[in-house]
Design a protein around this ligand. Structure first.
Ligand SMILES: [Zn+2]
Length: 155
């Protein structure tokens, strides 16, 4: 059995027409995150956690090349790229924790869990997802962006 952690954060910025996407789900009215890609901080944290299992880092050189050279901005593709190196390891559970002031994610958590479960071919019961404002003690909790941490268990 293995455990791995992944982490990512992005700042909000003004960009008309770019949606806020979290875990592959468009959040209506959400402010977009600054990134060359779709800025999906949840999938980026997941990609990093998978890299923590495989030892093959995707975010950085490989994802930058996918994004800039091949115009692949859908972050689920970075997750899929990371999954290529899983070998015989199989993900059995993932858990996410998000810190942000806005948007309120309560109404979207089910859809986000479902989207992550589909991408990883897991049952939704194997995808945990929580969100907190952290009592506004950090820049994320004060509305400057979103922080996401992901922990994966594999066998
Ligand atoms: Zn990122």
């Amino acid at each position: 059995m293995k455990c791995a952690i992944g982490h990512d954060s992005h700042a909000y910025y003004q960009h008309l027409g770019k949606p806020l996407i979290l875990g592959g789900v468009k959040i209506p009215g959400g402010q977009p995150l600054k990134s060359n890609s779709d800025g999906d901080v949840v999938f980026h944290a997941l990609t990093n956690a998978i890299s923590g299992l495989t030892g093959v880092n995707i975010l950085g050189k490989i994802a930058d090349e996918m994004c800039i050279k091949h115009r692949i901005t859908d972050s689920s593709e970075y997750v899929n790229e990371a999954l290529k190196y899983m070998g015989k390891n199989k993900i059995v559970h993932v858990s996410f924790s998000i810190e942000c002031l806005t948007p309120k994610l309560e109404n979207y958590i089910h859809d986000i869990r479902l989207s992550i479960a589909e991408l990883l071919a897991l049952d939704i019961s194997c995808v945990g997802f929580t969100a907190t404002t952290g009592e506004e003690l950090t820049m994320f909790g004060r509305g400057k962006g979103i922080l996401c941490t992901c922990i994966i268990t594999s066998n």
